[in-house]
Design a protein around this ligand. Structure first.
Ligand code: HEC
Ligand code: HEC
Length: 214
């Protein structure tokens, strides 16, 4: 079954040979990007797209790494229920990669093969790390995250097209975004899927990045 899917994907124009070489059995990192003209999406449709974006980024598969300056990653394995601080006293430090104490990569090895048993340290194709502290999502409201994500001072200097680029390039590198939609070990994936999330980012951007007021 998987082989058939890969053959079909390999025939589709955007599927890169690099990805095929890196991981023949893993998740498909390919995303179709069709940018829309600014102003071509209504405020109402833009806000509806934002609500779905918020459901994704506040989901534990995304928010557990986008945490505050305490530098403590959150975890919610398949059976934990509510997210809680990472076990084993892990602290990422100001480096956000654990350089001050214990490197995240000690357990979270770098591998494009996402397949791990339940409760094992998850992994992806680039070095494991918390997101920069200004990209704060964990415990934040829709209004707060919307303000963070549209402000170049707190989103890594990106306009909406830059945010779309980040999603696409992260997926090509088998990074955390692709992982969040395809976690293994019995974890619940972030909702809607990568392609739908990229489409929503484009719709929100083309609507002028509208934010809810409450
Ligand atoms: C294992 C940790 C980790 C997880 C899980 C994670 N991220 Fe991130 N995220 C990062 C890091 C590190 C960066 C900084 C990368 C950069 O700016 O180049 C980042 C940056 C981002 C950015 C850049 C702009 C901004 O405002 O934050 C977006 C968008 C993003 N992540 C989306 C997601 C989505 C969507 C998910 C879930 C599907 C997710 N991330 C899950 C670590 C993570
Ligand atoms: C001593 C080994 C070890 C180290 C070091 C470690 N982790 Fe983990 N981490 C784990 C294990 C094991 C799990 C899976 C827990 C489970 O699901 O039961 C995990 C899970 C996670 C998750 C949860 C994923 C999810 O969505 O539920 C995040 C986020 C995370 N680690 C971030 C980090 C960060 C950031 C660092 C570095 C500062 C780090 N970890 C260092 C072992 C480690």
């Amino acid at each position: 079954m998987k082989k058939t899917l890969i053959t079909a994907a390999a025939l589709s124009a955007g599927f890169t040979l690099a990805a095929l070489a890196a991981n023949t059995e893993g998740p498909d990192p390919h995303v179709d990007v069709t940018l829309l003209e600014e102003g071509s999406v209504t405020q109402a449709d833009g806000l509806a797209a934002w609500e779905r974006i918020y459901e994704v980024v506040s989901h534990p598969r995304c928010a557990n790494c986008h945490v505050d300056e305490t530098n403590i990653p959150m975890w919610s394995g398949p059976t934990y229920g509510e997210a809680r601080p990472h076990g084993m006293n892990i602290n990422a430090g100001d480096s956000r990669i654990g350089a001050e104490t214990l490197m995240c990569s000690t357990c979270h090895i770098t591998s494009a093969d996402f397949d791990t048993p339940p409760n094992a340290a998850p992994r992806y194709g680039i070095d494991w790390s918390l997101a920069p502290v200004e990209f704060l999502w964990y415990g934040q409201t829709s209004v707060q995250i919307c303000a963070q994500m549209k402000n170049p001072d707190t989103n890594g200097d990106r306009d909406w097209k830059g945010l779309v680029d980040h999603l696409v390039h992260d997926a090509e590198a088998f990074g955390p975004v692709l992982w969040g939609f395809n976690p293994s070990g019995g974890r619940e994936p972030a909702p809607y899927g990568l392609q739908a999330h990229v489409n929503d980012m484009i719709a929100w951007g083309a609507a002028g990045q509208p934010c809810p007021t409450e």
